[in-house]
Design a protein around this ligand. Structure first.
Ligand SMILES: [Zn+2]
Length: 335
């Protein structure tokens, strides 16, 4: 496998040590990779900065200018959750640019797959608002570029929080299939089971809100009966994954019961639908485990599966969510 990791130390310019979304996160993940044998099976490349114009294909000009202006200050906050550091207009464009270049390289067949290990994260950033630790929506900027080139894109969001921004950006589009499972009720409050898209995009948004302590068994049932069957019918040219390790049971901002190995297992299953796959990191805040979650996924990308000891606590199973979602989506897909 020809696997690339896009990464730069420059992302550490976006940092606030008192905030859960801080520079230690990617430090820990990169250290885990460099200390593993997987290091010999991947190529680590520098990101290329996204031109300002490309942001405007996804975000309003006012929002882009707001972040640009705040980036001139030493420290600024868009809202009580979301900080902006000096130079963040460049740092955030470097994150989005890294995701775009990786997607283009996988899409064109130059490489097999990849992981954009970039910060700040993106999936909460809507068309007109930075929020939820996210400045610009990295995965959406990349998806826009791909659909401009005639590609059909599946965005699979496995973060514990709903990717409200990504959903917002593609809610009326049939070119992007957005699938998410997430904890509910939880931040940001969106992603209800009946949010399924609008206009041409009706049926192309799939939300599985899961109660506290829901575990892998229900998530796997969701994969088998909803996510994978719909993805197969959609026939994506490429799969983008908004990967959040806050789905792990030990995460301080989470509440679902996923173990480390399941992060790799989800990738294995998605590869069966479309091997052209690019992951990017969204959340995941337990510094003791996110390194191994990252390795679990990288190991699947380069086809050298790794497994980890992990004591997943007992979970509740919620088959009713699967049943209801299936009923809601039957008018659009053969389920
Ligand atoms: Zn999250």
């Amino acid at each position: 496998m020809n696997t690339e990791i896009v990464y730069s130390k420059t992302f550490n310019r976006h940092d606030n040590p008192n905030h859960p979304e801080n520079a230690k996160r990617t430090d820990v993940m990169m250290d885990a990779l460099l200390n593993s044998d997987l290091r010999n099976h991947v190529k680590i490349i520098d990101p290329i900065i996204l031109p300002e114009d490309s942001l405007l294909s996804v975000h309003d000009v006012e929002m882009v200018f707001q972040i640009k202006a705040m980036s001139k200050l030493t420290e600024a906050w868009v809202d009580p959750d979301t900080y902006v550091c000096r130079h963040d207009f460049d740092t955030a464009r470097l994150a989005a640019g890294g995701m775009v270049q990786l997607c283009n390289d996988v899409s064109s067949g130059l490489i097999d797959n990849g992981f954009a290990l970039v910060r700040p994260p993106g999936h909460h950033a809507t068309k007109n608002r930075s929020m939820g630790f996210c400045l610009f929506n990295n995965v959406s900027v990349a998806a826009k570029e791909l659909i401009k080139n005639g590609k059909r894109v599946l965005i699979f969001d496995s973060d514990v929080h709903h990717g409200n921004g990504t959903q917002d950006i593609f809610y009326d589009s049939e070119k992007v299939l957005y699938q998410s499972f997430h904890l509910s009720p939880h931040f940001p409050g969106t992603g209800a089971i009946d949010e399924i898209g609008t206009k041409k995009g009706e049926g192309y948004t799939v939300n599985a809100p899961l109660p506290h302590k829901t575990g892998e068994k229900t998530i796997q049932q969701m994969m088998d009966e909803i996510f994978k069957p719909i993805a197969k019918q959609f026939k994506p040219d490429i799969i983008l994954v908004s990967s959040g390790y806050d789905t792990h049971y030990s995460d301080q901002l989470g509440g679902l019961h996923v173990g480390i190995d399941y992060f790799g297992e989800m990738i294995r299953q998605l590869q069966e639908i479309q091997p052209k796959i690019v992951l990017t990191i969204e959340g995941g805040y337990n510094l003791d485990i996110i390194g191994n979650c990252f390795l679990s996924q990288i190991s699947r990308l380069c086809d050298k599966p790794m497994f980890f000891e992990d004591n997943v606590p007992s979970s509740i199973e919620t088959p009713l969510v699967v049943k209801t979602l299936k009923e809601n989506l039957k008018p659009y897909w053969d389920l």
